[in-house]
Design a protein around this ligand. Structure first.
Ligand SMILES: [Zn+2]
Length: 99
């Protein structure tokens, strides 16, 4: 996979373009040095008696005492696999998904 910056693509001029022109613009767009974002959520695992990441299935291991075990972890990222546990903001018009 090659990530590109959509802001670097030619802007919509209102004129029709061919599929090959679009493909060439995408092909010529500079590669962005970035890592794809992995999103996950916490789920309660009664057998492990802990909240677990649904990407790597590791327990969060966040509780110090059992009274705290029922509270969902507040980590923004899974401490085991690094998955983003924050709720996604799907407004893509601003460029950054977490503002
Ligand atoms: Zn994980």
């Amino acid at each position: 996979m090659r990530l590109i910056d959509a802001d670097k693509l030619p802007k919509n001029t209102g004129y029709a373009v061919s599929a090959s022109e679009v493909a060439m613009a995408v092909e010529n767009a500079p590669t962005v040095d970035a890592v794809p974002l992995v999103r996950a959520r916490w789920y309660w695992d009664a057998y492990k008696y802990d909240w677990c990441c649904d990407n790597c299935f590791h327990p969060a291991d966040h509780h110090i005492d059992k009274d705290d075990a029922y509270n969902m972890p507040s980590f923004p990222f899974c401490p085991h696999c690094g998955a983003d546990m924050r709720e996604p903001n799907l407004d893509t018009t601003k460029g950054d998904n977490h503002d």
